[in-house]
Design a protein around this ligand. Sequence first.
Ligand SMILES: Cc1cc2nc3c(=O)[nH]c(=O)nc-3n(C[C@H](O)[C@H](O)[C@H](O)COP(=O)(O)OP(=O)(O)OC[C@H]3O[C@@H](n4cnc5c(N)ncnc54)[C@H](O)[C@@H]3O)c2cc1C
Ligand SMILES: NC(=O)c1ccc[n+]([C@@H]2O[C@H](COP(=O)([O-])OP(=O)(O)OC[C@H]3O[C@@H](n4cnc5c(N)ncnc54)[C@H](OP(=O)(O)O)[C@@H]3O)[C@@H](O)[C@H]2O)c1
Length: 511
Amino acid sequence: MVEAEPRSIAIVGGGVAGLQALHSLLQLPRVEKIVLFEKSDTIGGVWRENYFGYGAQVKRDQYSFPELGPAGLDLYPTGAQLKAHCHAYCETFGLWPYIRLSTDVQHLTRRAGPSGFRVAWKRASDAESEEEDFDFVVMAVGNFSKPFIPELNHSHFMGRILHSSELVDPEMLQNHHVVVVGYGKSALDCFILASKFASSATLVARRPAWILPQRFLGIPLEYLASTRWFAHVVFPPYYNASRLRRWIGVFLWPLQALLWWILVPILWFHFRLPRAMWPSHSLAWQLWHGHSVSICDPAPLKEALRRGARMLRGQLLGLTGTGCIIGTESAASSGGEAPVLLTADVVVFATGYQESWSKLFDEETLKALDPHGEGPELYKLILPDLPGLAFLGRILTTCDIVTSFVQAQWLQALLAHQIPRPAPAVRQPTQKSYREWRRSFAPVVGHTMVAVPRVFDYLDELMDDLQVWPSGRDRFLGLFQPLTAQTLLAAMARARATASPVQGRRVVPVA
Ligand SMILES: Cc1cc2nc3c(=O)[nH]c(=O)nc-3n(C[C@H](O)[C@H](O)[C@H](O)COP(=O)(O)OP(=O)(O)OC[C@H]3O[C@@H](n4cnc5c(N)ncnc54)[C@H](O)[C@@H]3O)c2cc1C
Ligand SMILES: NC(=O)c1ccc[n+]([C@@H]2O[C@H](COP(=O)([O-])OP(=O)(O)OC[C@H]3O[C@@H](n4cnc5c(N)ncnc54)[C@H](OP(=O)(O)O)[C@@H]3O)[C@@H](O)[C@H]2O)c1
């Protein structure tokens, strides 16, 4: 059965994914009501606030709203600039009237008859929650809005415990002994910050990971990590690759192995970190498994080590009144040697974030959404098996703002019936082969995600549906061009010039 075009749409989350969904779904001709719910007091999502000095790790051409362009952003945009960029996006496209701030969506219940959901939401200023029906709900709650701190008994600890996202002022570190836990981008940045302001700074990582420099042998990283040719040469094929492409993949394997073997020591040479921080897994494994890979300027890291900051490989076992107990491999292997004790009065947990989408659904709906316990099962990483619902932004690439832009365009075309809603006979085998492909390298990840190097294959899937990709010479040149917001937008503009646009009309704001 073809789903009717929704008349009312709720969007949950006001980060870059939710805002782009709002802008594109406002163009739908039959929609009468759209509300974007954002639980905090302003829009921007992760760009609202984070640790001091946070920002994008890729350049502005890769991290800016395609429809707004990178004007006003530094080459590597700061967090504050991206926050302002989100506000400018709302101003430019008149989105404010559709946004309800300080409004937490607490529950989504499937409606009995028609598709869609009853949304239970609560304003921060109100005691009671309210309910409202919508034909369609877009979940854009992000992957990094709920900080995670591991459970440890820290009742004796007399110092201060912070999640990395709370380290908003370096004053918090001044004259303190600081331990930073973790080895993601947040941990490395907080470590550098601590090395500048604290009396002592130690980074403790249970699993050191590969870090990429902004320039590799002088070549800007995006010409490697964000180009098609590189993805084709160094990674196995995507789940939907043709038989020929798979065979080519088999023959390329020795070349890939050789390339990785050459790349790794060169990569290590850029940073020259202590030997103990050499990762025990391969760079290919890390990239291919969709783990986040930090992109860093080596100079501040080297400078931090020169200033006397330390990096330690080990697991935080617990906290005493005045410090941290660290289990290190050397302590474990020397048979009973005491774990290391580190003096600390500030511990920064740069231990990442946890998912926040599942608590919004009842058990039965959750089972339908996540039948394998591996995160929501989504066709093209957008559509679950349930009608009246879509997820945007459940991807980890280095240019998420661009990928969620394309997702929003795809969703708009789907809801406008410009691309057909896939029948179960199409959807199920596609999802199965995606799942099997993902399991072949990442058995249980708990995320619906695309490994960074596979971003092109993913975008191709969506853009092919939208009939957008260039052909011939442009397609060939596109092999070597980094993915940028503007190249995507230009491709879409070219395609739209020859296709019939969605005939939009403004929806009366009801927020
Ligand atoms: C410090 C930091 C730096 C990053 N740098 C990069 C980078 O350089 N490149 C890159 O590609 N990615 C980067 N990322 C990843 C980043 O998460 C994405 O790029 C992108 O901003 C995610 O946008 P989003 O809209 O999907 O989610 P978010 O920005 O997380 O927005 C989700 C919003 O939903 C709201 N929300 C959640 N639950 C509810 C609810 N129940 N009711 C109402 N509102 C709700 C939240 O308050 C939040 O505002 C970075 C992440 C962090 C933390
Ligand atoms: N653009 C930027 O500048 C920027 C800045 C910050 C963040 N980000 C992005 O935001 C996302 C989140 O980054 P993040 O650095 O905050 O988190 P993250 O990438 O999830 O890293 C979390 C780190 O904490 C460790 N950890 C988790 N649980 C632990 C535990 N119980 N004990 C000890 N260590 C534990 C992890 O180790 P294991 O690997 O062993 O699990 C990992 O090293 C990423 O996608 C990142 O790229 C980008």
